[in-house]
Design a protein around this ligand. Structure first.
Ligand SMILES: *Cc1c(COP(=O)(O)O)cnc(C)c1O
Length: 351
Protein backbone atom coordinates (compact mmCIF):
# COMPACT_ATOMS: atom_id res chain seq x y z
CA UNK A 1 0.00 0.00 0.00
CA UNK A 2 3.05 2.24 -0.46
CA UNK A 3 1.26 4.59 -2.86
CA UNK A 4 -1.74 5.19 -0.62
CA UNK A 5 -1.96 8.19 1.66
CA UNK A 6 -2.43 7.61 5.39
CA UNK A 7 -6.09 8.55 5.06
CA UNK A 8 -6.57 6.11 2.15
CA UNK A 9 -4.89 3.34 4.12
CA UNK A 10 -7.27 3.95 7.03
CA UNK A 11 -10.29 3.92 4.71
CA UNK A 12 -9.05 0.76 3.09
CA UNK A 13 -8.71 -0.99 6.44
CA UNK A 14 -12.14 0.15 7.53
CA UNK A 15 -13.78 -1.36 4.47
CA UNK A 16 -12.54 -4.77 5.57
CA UNK A 17 -15.37 -6.96 6.76
CA UNK A 18 -13.65 -7.77 10.04
CA UNK A 19 -11.14 -5.88 12.13
CA UNK A 20 -7.82 -7.56 12.76
CA UNK A 21 -8.60 -9.04 16.17
CA UNK A 22 -7.75 -12.39 17.73
CA UNK A 23 -11.39 -13.10 18.63
CA UNK A 24 -10.62 -16.16 20.72
CA UNK A 25 -8.29 -14.21 23.01
CA UNK A 26 -10.83 -11.52 23.93
CA UNK A 27 -11.63 -11.11 27.61
CA UNK A 28 -13.55 -8.24 29.14
CA UNK A 29 -11.13 -5.42 28.33
CA UNK A 30 -11.17 -2.36 26.12
CA UNK A 31 -10.26 -2.84 22.48
CA UNK A 32 -10.43 0.57 20.82
CA UNK A 33 -12.86 0.75 17.93
CA UNK A 34 -13.25 3.33 15.14
CA UNK A 35 -16.13 5.56 16.22
CA UNK A 36 -18.07 6.84 19.19
CA UNK A 37 -21.30 8.83 19.36
CA UNK A 38 -21.58 12.15 21.19
CA UNK A 39 -24.68 14.26 21.88
CA UNK A 40 -24.91 17.34 24.08
CA UNK A 41 -27.52 18.99 26.25
CA UNK A 42 -26.93 22.70 26.72
CA UNK A 43 -28.32 25.18 29.17
CA UNK A 44 -29.57 27.34 26.26
CA UNK A 45 -31.31 24.56 24.31
CA UNK A 46 -32.58 22.54 27.31
CA UNK A 47 -32.53 19.34 25.22
CA UNK A 48 -30.18 16.77 23.73
CA UNK A 49 -29.56 17.62 20.08
CA UNK A 50 -27.14 17.25 17.15
CA UNK A 51 -25.82 13.83 18.10
CA UNK A 52 -22.94 12.78 15.86
CA UNK A 53 -20.48 9.99 15.30
CA UNK A 54 -16.89 11.02 15.78
CA UNK A 55 -13.57 9.21 15.80
CA UNK A 56 -13.09 7.19 18.97
CA UNK A 57 -10.66 9.08 21.15
CA UNK A 58 -10.09 11.23 24.19
CA UNK A 59 -12.63 13.88 25.10
CA UNK A 60 -12.20 17.34 26.55
CA UNK A 61 -14.17 18.87 29.38
CA UNK A 62 -13.94 21.73 31.81
CA UNK A 63 -12.02 20.77 34.97
CA UNK A 64 -15.04 21.96 36.97
CA UNK A 65 -17.43 19.51 35.24
CA UNK A 66 -20.03 17.86 37.46
CA UNK A 67 -18.86 14.38 36.48
CA UNK A 68 -15.26 15.07 37.53
CA UNK A 69 -15.98 16.94 40.74
CA UNK A 70 -19.15 15.39 42.13
CA UNK A 71 -19.66 12.16 40.18
CA UNK A 72 -22.83 13.30 38.44
CA UNK A 73 -22.89 10.47 35.93
CA UNK A 74 -24.48 7.21 34.88
CA UNK A 75 -23.48 4.36 32.63
CA UNK A 76 -25.29 1.62 30.78
CA UNK A 77 -24.13 -1.62 29.20
CA UNK A 78 -25.60 -3.76 26.45
CA UNK A 79 -24.35 -6.09 23.74
CA UNK A 80 -24.64 -6.46 19.98
CA UNK A 81 -24.35 -10.02 18.69
CA UNK A 82 -23.66 -11.27 15.20
CA UNK A 83 -26.08 -13.89 13.90
CA UNK A 84 -25.05 -16.92 11.88
CA UNK A 85 -26.16 -15.08 8.71
CA UNK A 86 -24.02 -12.02 9.71
CA UNK A 87 -27.02 -9.87 10.72
CA UNK A 88 -26.55 -7.90 13.95
CA UNK A 89 -28.90 -8.07 16.93
CA UNK A 90 -29.27 -5.77 19.92
CA UNK A 91 -30.83 -7.23 23.06
CA UNK A 92 -33.65 -5.23 24.70
CA UNK A 93 -32.04 -1.78 24.13
CA UNK A 94 -35.22 0.03 25.18
CA UNK A 95 -34.78 -1.46 28.67
CA UNK A 96 -31.37 0.20 28.93
CA UNK A 97 -32.82 3.48 27.64
CA UNK A 98 -35.58 3.38 30.26
CA UNK A 99 -33.18 2.47 33.04
CA UNK A 100 -30.99 5.43 32.10
CA UNK A 101 -34.04 7.71 32.31
CA UNK A 102 -34.86 6.47 35.81
CA UNK A 103 -31.24 6.86 36.90
CA UNK A 104 -31.02 10.33 35.36
CA UNK A 105 -34.07 11.42 37.31
CA UNK A 106 -32.45 10.25 40.57
CA UNK A 107 -29.22 12.06 39.72
CA UNK A 108 -31.00 15.30 38.65
CA UNK A 109 -29.85 14.90 35.07
CA UNK A 110 -31.79 15.26 31.82
CA UNK A 111 -31.69 12.12 29.70
CA UNK A 112 -31.91 11.35 25.99
CA UNK A 113 -35.31 10.06 24.85
CA UNK A 114 -35.67 6.31 24.33
CA UNK A 115 -35.53 6.91 20.56
CA UNK A 116 -32.41 9.06 20.83
CA UNK A 117 -30.76 6.42 23.01
CA UNK A 118 -31.56 3.54 20.65
CA UNK A 119 -30.58 5.56 17.58
CA UNK A 120 -27.22 6.39 19.16
CA UNK A 121 -26.59 2.74 20.06
CA UNK A 122 -27.50 1.56 16.55
CA UNK A 123 -25.27 4.16 14.90
CA UNK A 124 -22.36 3.29 17.17
CA UNK A 125 -22.68 -0.42 16.45
CA UNK A 126 -23.08 -0.02 12.69
CA UNK A 127 -20.16 2.43 12.45
CA UNK A 128 -18.03 -0.16 14.26
CA UNK A 129 -19.51 -3.16 12.48
CA UNK A 130 -16.15 -4.75 11.69
CA UNK A 131 -15.52 -4.97 15.43
CA UNK A 132 -18.64 -7.09 16.09
CA UNK A 133 -17.08 -10.54 16.63
CA UNK A 134 -18.00 -13.39 14.27
CA UNK A 135 -20.98 -15.52 15.30
CA UNK A 136 -20.30 -17.49 18.47
CA UNK A 137 -16.98 -15.82 19.26
CA UNK A 138 -17.99 -12.90 21.46
CA UNK A 139 -20.02 -9.72 21.21
CA UNK A 140 -19.66 -5.98 20.85
CA UNK A 141 -20.17 -4.45 24.29
CA UNK A 142 -21.81 -1.03 24.03
CA UNK A 143 -21.24 1.47 26.83
CA UNK A 144 -23.49 4.57 26.94
CA UNK A 145 -22.45 7.30 29.39
CA UNK A 146 -24.44 10.26 30.66
CA UNK A 147 -22.44 12.92 32.46
CA UNK A 148 -22.63 16.43 33.84
CA UNK A 149 -20.20 18.49 31.77
CA UNK A 150 -21.21 22.09 32.55
CA UNK A 151 -18.71 24.68 33.80
CA UNK A 152 -20.06 24.72 37.34
CA UNK A 153 -18.27 24.95 40.63
CA UNK A 154 -20.92 24.76 43.33
CA UNK A 155 -22.41 21.53 44.64
CA UNK A 156 -25.50 21.47 42.46
CA UNK A 157 -26.75 19.80 39.26
CA UNK A 158 -24.67 20.62 36.20
CA UNK A 159 -25.95 23.11 33.60
CA UNK A 160 -24.77 21.04 30.61
CA UNK A 161 -24.59 17.31 29.87
CA UNK A 162 -22.91 14.92 27.47
CA UNK A 163 -24.31 11.61 26.29
CA UNK A 164 -21.57 9.45 24.81
CA UNK A 165 -21.67 5.92 23.42
CA UNK A 166 -18.59 3.83 22.75
CA UNK A 167 -18.11 0.14 22.07
CA UNK A 168 -15.56 -2.63 22.43
CA UNK A 169 -15.51 -6.26 21.30
CA UNK A 170 -15.53 -8.59 24.32
CA UNK A 171 -15.33 -12.28 25.15
CA UNK A 172 -15.77 -13.91 28.55
CA UNK A 173 -16.14 -11.71 31.63
CA UNK A 174 -14.68 -14.16 34.13
CA UNK A 175 -12.55 -16.82 32.51
CA UNK A 176 -12.26 -19.09 35.53
CA UNK A 177 -14.72 -20.30 38.17
CA UNK A 178 -16.83 -17.80 40.06
CA UNK A 179 -15.79 -17.95 43.72
CA UNK A 180 -17.67 -15.41 45.84
CA UNK A 181 -16.75 -14.03 49.21
CA UNK A 182 -19.56 -12.61 51.34
CA UNK A 183 -18.60 -9.05 52.30
CA UNK A 184 -19.44 -8.65 55.96
CA UNK A 185 -18.19 -5.09 56.56
CA UNK A 186 -18.53 -2.88 53.50
CA UNK A 187 -22.06 -2.29 52.24
CA UNK A 188 -22.57 -1.59 48.55
CA UNK A 189 -25.85 0.30 48.81
CA UNK A 190 -28.08 1.89 51.41
CA UNK A 191 -31.87 2.44 51.47
CA UNK A 192 -32.57 5.78 49.81
CA UNK A 193 -29.18 5.74 48.10
CA UNK A 194 -28.30 5.00 44.49
CA UNK A 195 -27.71 1.23 44.51
CA UNK A 196 -30.71 0.71 42.26
CA UNK A 197 -29.30 2.80 39.40
CA UNK A 198 -26.09 2.60 37.41
CA UNK A 199 -24.58 5.70 39.00
CA UNK A 200 -20.82 5.86 38.35
CA UNK A 201 -20.32 6.57 42.05
CA UNK A 202 -21.50 3.07 43.09
CA UNK A 203 -18.49 1.19 41.81
CA UNK A 204 -15.14 2.50 42.99
CA UNK A 205 -16.17 2.51 46.69
CA UNK A 206 -16.07 -1.30 46.56
CA UNK A 207 -12.65 -1.51 44.90
CA UNK A 208 -10.92 -1.77 48.25
CA UNK A 209 -12.75 -4.84 49.62
CA UNK A 210 -12.87 -6.28 46.07
CA UNK A 211 -9.11 -5.92 45.61
CA UNK A 212 -8.52 -7.57 48.98
CA UNK A 213 -10.86 -10.46 48.10
CA UNK A 214 -9.18 -10.92 44.72
CA UNK A 215 -5.78 -11.04 46.43
CA UNK A 216 -7.16 -13.99 48.41
CA UNK A 217 -8.23 -15.74 45.21
CA UNK A 218 -11.92 -14.79 45.08
CA UNK A 219 -13.53 -13.56 41.87
CA UNK A 220 -16.15 -11.22 43.32
CA UNK A 221 -17.91 -10.14 46.50
CA UNK A 222 -21.45 -10.94 47.53
CA UNK A 223 -22.93 -7.94 49.36
CA UNK A 224 -25.39 -8.04 52.25
CA UNK A 225 -28.17 -5.56 52.90
CA UNK A 226 -27.09 -2.45 54.83
CA UNK A 227 -30.04 -2.45 57.25
CA UNK A 228 -29.65 -5.89 58.80
CA UNK A 229 -26.52 -7.43 57.29
CA UNK A 230 -28.40 -10.71 57.10
CA UNK A 231 -29.84 -10.85 53.57
CA UNK A 232 -27.91 -11.29 50.34
CA UNK A 233 -28.18 -8.53 47.74
CA UNK A 234 -25.86 -8.88 44.72
CA UNK A 235 -22.30 -8.92 43.42
CA UNK A 236 -20.29 -5.82 42.52
CA UNK A 237 -21.86 -5.79 39.04
CA UNK A 238 -24.16 -8.82 38.81
CA UNK A 239 -27.41 -10.13 40.26
CA UNK A 240 -27.74 -13.45 42.09
CA UNK A 241 -30.18 -16.38 42.02
CA UNK A 242 -30.47 -19.48 44.17
CA UNK A 243 -32.07 -22.78 43.18
CA UNK A 244 -33.71 -25.20 45.56
CA UNK A 245 -36.04 -27.91 44.28
CA UNK A 246 -38.35 -26.35 41.74
CA UNK A 247 -37.94 -22.84 43.14
CA UNK A 248 -35.61 -20.16 41.84
CA UNK A 249 -35.24 -17.15 44.12
CA UNK A 250 -33.61 -13.77 43.70
CA UNK A 251 -33.56 -10.78 46.08
CA UNK A 252 -36.24 -8.16 45.51
CA UNK A 253 -34.99 -4.92 43.95
CA UNK A 254 -36.16 -2.26 46.42
CA UNK A 255 -33.64 0.42 45.53
CA UNK A 256 -30.45 -1.15 46.87
CA UNK A 257 -30.10 -3.73 44.09
CA UNK A 258 -29.60 -2.94 40.43
CA UNK A 259 -32.60 -4.19 38.43
CA UNK A 260 -30.69 -6.17 35.83
CA UNK A 261 -32.10 -6.73 32.37
CA UNK A 262 -30.46 -10.15 32.34
CA UNK A 263 -32.09 -10.84 35.74
CA UNK A 264 -35.51 -9.90 34.37
CA UNK A 265 -34.99 -12.02 31.22
CA UNK A 266 -33.77 -15.04 33.20
CA UNK A 267 -36.80 -14.84 35.48
CA UNK A 268 -39.04 -15.11 32.41
CA UNK A 269 -37.07 -17.94 30.82
CA UNK A 270 -36.94 -19.91 34.09
CA UNK A 271 -40.67 -19.61 34.62
CA UNK A 272 -41.16 -20.70 31.00
CA UNK A 273 -39.04 -23.78 31.85
CA UNK A 274 -41.59 -24.57 34.59
CA UNK A 275 -39.73 -23.28 37.65
CA UNK A 276 -41.43 -21.28 40.34
CA UNK A 277 -39.66 -17.91 40.37
CA UNK A 278 -39.67 -15.88 43.58
CA UNK A 279 -38.49 -12.36 44.34
CA UNK A 280 -38.04 -12.05 48.08
CA UNK A 281 -35.60 -11.32 50.90
CA UNK A 282 -33.01 -14.14 50.94
CA UNK A 283 -31.27 -14.70 54.30
CA UNK A 284 -27.57 -15.50 53.94
CA UNK A 285 -28.16 -18.83 55.68
CA UNK A 286 -30.17 -20.02 52.64
CA UNK A 287 -27.06 -20.14 50.48
CA UNK A 288 -25.84 -22.98 52.70
CA UNK A 289 -28.47 -25.38 51.46
CA UNK A 290 -29.05 -24.14 47.94
CA UNK A 291 -28.61 -26.73 45.18
CA UNK A 292 -27.23 -24.25 42.75
CA UNK A 293 -26.36 -20.56 42.70
CA UNK A 294 -25.75 -18.39 39.68
CA UNK A 295 -25.10 -14.79 38.79
CA UNK A 296 -26.51 -12.77 35.90
CA UNK A 297 -25.46 -9.62 34.08
CA UNK A 298 -24.91 -8.36 30.55
CA UNK A 299 -21.16 -8.94 30.77
CA UNK A 300 -21.24 -12.52 32.16
CA UNK A 301 -24.77 -13.44 30.92
CA UNK A 302 -25.46 -16.35 33.33
CA UNK A 303 -22.69 -18.01 35.28
CA UNK A 304 -22.69 -20.75 37.90
CA UNK A 305 -21.21 -19.86 41.26
CA UNK A 306 -18.54 -22.41 42.16
CA UNK A 307 -18.30 -21.48 45.84
CA UNK A 308 -19.41 -19.00 48.47
CA UNK A 309 -17.31 -18.19 51.53
CA UNK A 310 -18.93 -16.58 54.56
CA UNK A 311 -17.14 -15.95 57.86
CA UNK A 312 -14.49 -18.51 56.98
CA UNK A 313 -16.94 -21.22 55.93
CA UNK A 314 -16.82 -22.29 52.28
CA UNK A 315 -19.66 -24.06 50.42
CA UNK A 316 -19.20 -25.49 46.96
CA UNK A 317 -21.85 -25.94 44.30
CA UNK A 318 -22.16 -28.13 41.29
CA UNK A 319 -20.91 -26.80 37.97
CA UNK A 320 -20.97 -27.88 34.38
CA UNK A 321 -23.33 -29.10 31.71
CA UNK A 322 -25.91 -30.53 34.08
CA UNK A 323 -26.63 -27.22 35.79
CA UNK A 324 -29.70 -25.08 35.32
CA UNK A 325 -27.35 -22.10 34.86
CA UNK A 326 -25.95 -23.75 31.72
CA UNK A 327 -29.42 -24.42 30.34
CA UNK A 328 -30.45 -20.82 31.01
CA UNK A 329 -27.21 -19.55 29.47
CA UNK A 330 -27.75 -21.61 26.33
CA UNK A 331 -31.34 -20.40 25.95
CA UNK A 332 -30.59 -16.74 26.61
CA UNK A 333 -27.54 -16.57 24.32
CA UNK A 334 -29.52 -18.58 21.77
CA UNK A 335 -32.13 -15.82 21.71
CA UNK A 336 -29.49 -13.07 21.77
CA UNK A 337 -27.67 -14.52 18.75
CA UNK A 338 -30.79 -15.38 16.75
CA UNK A 339 -30.31 -19.15 17.06
CA UNK A 340 -33.50 -19.61 19.08
CA UNK A 341 -36.74 -18.02 17.95
CA UNK A 342 -37.37 -14.76 19.81
CA UNK A 343 -41.01 -15.15 20.77
CA UNK A 344 -40.99 -12.21 23.16
CA UNK A 345 -39.61 -9.54 20.83
CA UNK A 346 -36.46 -9.03 22.88
CA UNK A 347 -34.04 -8.64 20.00
CA UNK A 348 -33.70 -5.80 17.50
CA UNK A 349 -32.15 -6.50 14.09
CA UNK A 350 -30.10 -3.48 13.06
CA UNK A 351 -28.40 -4.61 9.93
C1 LIG B 1 -25.26 -3.59 35.45
C2 LIG B 1 -25.38 -4.28 36.76
C3 LIG B 1 -26.04 -5.51 36.91
C4 LIG B 1 -26.55 -6.31 35.75
O1 LIG B 1 -27.52 -5.66 34.97
P1 LIG B 1 -27.78 -6.14 33.48
O2 LIG B 1 -28.83 -5.22 32.97
O3 LIG B 1 -28.23 -7.55 33.56
O4 LIG B 1 -26.48 -6.03 32.77
C5 LIG B 1 -26.19 -6.03 38.18
N1 LIG B 1 -25.70 -5.38 39.26
C6 LIG B 1 -25.05 -4.21 39.17
C7 LIG B 1 -24.54 -3.56 40.40
C8 LIG B 1 -24.86 -3.63 37.91
O5 LIG B 1 -24.20 -2.48 37.80
Amino acid sequence: MGSLSKQEQVECREKAEYANVNWDELGFALTKTDYMYVMNFTEEEQKFFNGTLTRFGNIEMCPSSGILNYGQGLFEGLKAYRKEDEGILLFRPQENALRMKIGADRMCMPSPTVDQFIDAVKKTVLANKRWVPPYGRGSLYVRPLLMGTGRNLGVKPSSDYTFLVYASPVGNYHKGDLNLMVEDNVRRAIPGGTGGIKAVTNYSPVYKPLTEAKAKGFSDLLFLDASTGSNIEEGSACNIFILKGNVISTPTTHGTILPGITRKSIMEIASDFGYQVEERAIPIKEVFDAEEIFCTGTAMVVKSVASITYQGKRIEYKLGVETLAQKLHATLTGIQTGLIEDKLGWTMLID
